[in-house]
Design a protein around this ligand. Structure first.
Ligand SMILES: C[S@@+](CC[C@H](N)C(=O)[O-])C[C@H]1O[C@@H](n2cnc3c(N)ncnc32)[C@H](O)[C@@H]1O
Length: 282
């Protein structure tokens, strides 16, 4: 099989799942990050034959993608805030909306000396938020908390591979407390309702960790309530709070966080009200 034939086969098998634009970018990742070849090999050397190992790998990858495995789990790599992160099925694949959350936090704090910043990331997963913030505030003290030790192992790997020191702690965020006064607490907690499951693609539902995604329909604000309660009881102290939210729960969330201080709502690139910033009243 030559590289041009391989491309034809890939597009034929995958076109029932992805549209042509998605397929083009998927194929580029597939060649570059999974097959480890030039992403334009089918353009430069269309008639060159794949060797036996490449043919085996190609077919294995194609059948995984056909079962809707996200390409990031196949390559064990995702990009977030221009940084490369190791990912596997223990962690949520970092989302582009969450990059906007990092950008927002950076823009609001860029004039501060990073050595003065103490940052807590609740539900850190792959460590993407904590590590992206560390890349901007290299002298900041940053703590990442997650209930999943497997996720924290990945977060640790990611921090070390970027040469950053971040304190990762395994704890239920509902019980986490600290004597430290933070400048920023950030959280992108699980916020997808169980009833939204039927709107989701199987590449998310069947592969990404449930504990990272879902909250019970009966208690959609579970994690936000826990964070607010910890701040109210003095178990967590912070000057500001940045939350990624489910836009469907915006009104209830505003009611919940308003007593803490001044709030600002920020939209994501799709104009959805996706982030709440709270400047905590002393
Ligand atoms: C939506 S994911 C966010 C991951 C990462 N911060 C990101 O933005 O890609 C939520 C994370 O919260 C963690 N989590 C779920 N329940 C938790 C709990 N009770 N305490 C701490 N972390 C929890 C999950 O393991 C998951 O890593």
């Amino acid at each position: 099989m030559d590289w041009m034939t391989a491309k034809g086969l890939f597009f034929e098998k995958m076109s029932s799942i992805y549209d042509q634009n998605e397929l083009r970018s998927l194929y580029k990742f597939f060649l570059q990050d999974y097959m480890d070849v030039n992403p334009y090999i089918h353009v430069y050397t269309p008639k060159k034959e794949l060797n036996a190992l490449q043919i085996k790998k190609f077919h294995e990858g194609l059948s995984s993608l056909n079962r809707c495995t996200p390409i990031q789990y196949l390559t064990e790599q995702a990009f977030f805030y221009d940084l490369s992160f190791k990912v596997n099925s223990s962690v949520l694949i970092p989302r582009s909306e969450t990059e906007e959350l990092v950008r927002l936090i950076y823009s609001k704090n860029q004039n501060r000396k990073s050595a003065e910043l103490q940052i807590l990331d609740l539900g850190t997963g792959s460590g993407c938020i904590a590590i992206a913030l560390k890349s901007k505030f290299q002298n900041a003290f940053i703590v990442g908390v997650d209930i999943s030790q497997k996720a924290l192992d990945i977060a640790n790997y990611n921090a070390v591979s970027h040469g950053y020191s971040i304190d990762f702690e395994q704890c239920d965020m509902c019980n986490f407390n600290s004597a430290q006064k933070f400048d920023i607490i950030v959280s992108n907690p699980p916020y997808v309702l169980e009833l939204e499951k039927n709107l989701m693609h199987s590449n998310v539902l069947d592969f990404e960790p449930e504990t990272a995604l879902f909250v019970p329909d009966a208690d959609p604000l579970k994690y936000y309530k826990a964070i607010v309660q910890s701040i109210n009881f003095g178990n967590l102290k912070t000057r500001s709070l940045f939350l990624e939210i489910n836009p469907k729960c915006l009104d209830q969330l505003i009611d919940l966080v308003k007593p803490l201080g001044d709030i600002e709502i920020h939209q994501d690139l799709n104009d959805k009200k996706r982030f709440i910033e709270v400047n905590i009243r002393e």
